[in-house]
Design a protein around this ligand. Structure first.
Ligand SMILES: [Zn+2]
Length: 478
């Protein structure tokens, strides 16, 4: 058993003597027990509610949920062949010993068997919230089952021990009983925080986080009062600004819409961009990155319908495409430009074209260089060699030869190096040997796929070099 500090040992034993299950928590347990029930469906669509023992007829499918027409609980539907079924939930109750708050955690365990559900509740953890030191203690009923916490309801309580943080139940969350909170918070700094109202609207939460941190923000109280509960979960992000517009980034006219849909922060981010009361569209758009930037170019609703929903995970490619279109000076009001039918194809086409256009200044320089190097043009009966004369010719050579000569465009344009094409006179369009000349020396000559030229081709290159006073020897031409 782990050692427990004296201060905590005293609190734990005091709590053992004084803590009871208050009637408000009993009520809370009853409410949650009701959700631990099933609708059992037999043949001829006969349904039976294990919560209120009511029989009714429904065509609902097994594993769907349905609201019992009698008790109005929404429950999972199972077949009458079902043997066994389990439910587990963490229920939490804030309590107090002297001036120290303690969060009590219970597991509500229910099992279904033969049209009947039985419930058990066991308090297995107490969290002492002591001046920002938070300490968890668990009972002897808590076990580690393959790294997961397991509560043995059949065991009797014997003792408390410090929680082993190496286990995988590090973040125990629960549904917190709201009914006693207002009274407990009465003489604390959280008396106006609305934490009780917030808790009542939430399911599982990390209560300690709200109790020790988030509920202290003034924005928390404001957001709960505004009934924007999902935004209250991130109250720290709404702590600046005075007017509605300053705080939320949208005009106050959107407030009823925000409240009605209990929007969360991601949804608010989308609302800020589209400024439209359309929760379906907002939920579609909220997973998409770059939304703000995309909205500078396209109507997001159309973009979703025509491009984004068809091409999964395509928002970056789409943005890339749109930016290319702007630089290509396409008509950015034309739907065919903005919402291409085939994004991948349109993207690749635009990007390639852009590359060419960006090479325009290089192209001018290369054309001038080709004129200067024209004096090195040389041929015999079979072969000809001439300087590359445009960006396009280099791209074409690169493609035909499957080499990287296109990466020499800048160097060639700036006279760092010279690029020549050697071809057969009969087939002047067809690439044969790509030659690089630097400082009047042949430094590279390659045929397709970066192979070396054959002897006949080499002989021609040497003849050319000799004739045009280009230095070449075997150390360069191998
Ligand atoms: Zn019922």
């Amino acid at each position: 058993m782990t050692y427990i500090k004296k201060k905590y040992r005293r609190l734990l034993s005091l709590a053992d003597k004084k803590f009871i299950i208050p009637s408000c928590f009993e009520r809370f347990i009853k409410e949650k027990e009701q959700t631990h029930n099933l609708i059992i469906k037999s043949k001829n669509s006969k349904c039976y509610c294990t919560n209120c023992n009511y029989h009714f007829i429904s065509k609902v499918k097994v594993n769907d949920e349905i609201k019992c027409p009698n008790c109005k609980k929404t429950l999972l539907v199972k077949t009458d062949r079902l043997q066994q079924c389990e439910f587990k939930d963490n229920l939490q109750l804030l309590d107090k010993i002297e001036d120290t708050f303690i969060l009590r955690t219970f597991e509500l365990y229910s099992s279904y068997n033969q049209f009947h559900t039985t419930h058990k509740i066991t308090e297995y953890m107490r969290t002492i919230i002591d001046n920002n030191e938070i300490k968890d203690f668990v009972t002897n009923q808590v076990h580690n089952h393959m790294g997961y916490m397991y509560v043995a309801h059949y065991q009797e309580f014997e003792y408390w021990r410090g929680r082993n943080y190496r286990w995988a139940y590090r973040d125990v969350q629960g549904m917190v009983c709201p009914y006693n909170l207002k009274r407990l918070l009465k003489n604390t700094d959280l008396k106006y925080s609305q934490l009780d109202k917030f808790v009542a609207k939430m399911s599982y939460i990390d209560f300690i986080y709200y109790f020790t941190k988030l509920a202290y923000y003034h924005s928390f109280e404001m957001l709960v009062k505004l009934k924007l509960y999902n935004l209250a979960r991130e109250a720290d992000r709404f702590d600046s600004g005075k007017t509605f517009k300053e705080i939320f980034g949208v005009p106050k006219t959107f407030y009823p819409f925000m409240k009605r849909n209990n929007i969360d922060r991601q949804e608010l981010e989308v609302l800020k961009i589209i400024q439209k009361e359309d929760i379906k569209l907002i939920d579609k758009l909220k997973g998409i990155g770059n939304l703000k930037e995309l909205s500078n170019y396209v109507n997001l609703e159309k973009a979703y319908k025509k491009v984004l929903s068809i091409n999964y995970n395509s928002e970056y490619e789409y943005l890339d495409y749109l930016k290319a279109c702007v630089r290509l000076e396409y008509d950015m009001k034309n739907s065919r430009v903005l919402y291409p039918k085939n994004l991948k194809e349109a993207h690749d086409k635009a990007i390639n074209l852009l590359k060419l256009v960006l090479n325009e200044s290089n192209d001018k320089l290369i054309k001038e260089r080709a004129k200067l190097l024209d004096k090195f043009t040389y041929n015999d009966k079979k072969y000809v060699v001439f300087a590359a004369n445009s960006v396009e010719s280099l791209l074409d050579e690169s493609k035909q030869q499957n080499n990287c000569v296109k990466t020499y465009i800048d160097d060639y344009a700036l006279a760092e190096t010279d690029i020549y094409f050697m071809r057969e006179i009969e087939h002047k369009e067809k690439s044969l040997v790509t030659i690089e000349v630097k400082n009047n020396r042949v430094v590279q000559c390659r045929i397709k796929d970066n192979y070396l030229p054959n002897n006949e081709q080499m002989n021609f290159i040497n003849k050319w070099a000799k004739n045009k006073m280009i230095y070449s020897n075997n150390s360069y031409i191998r």
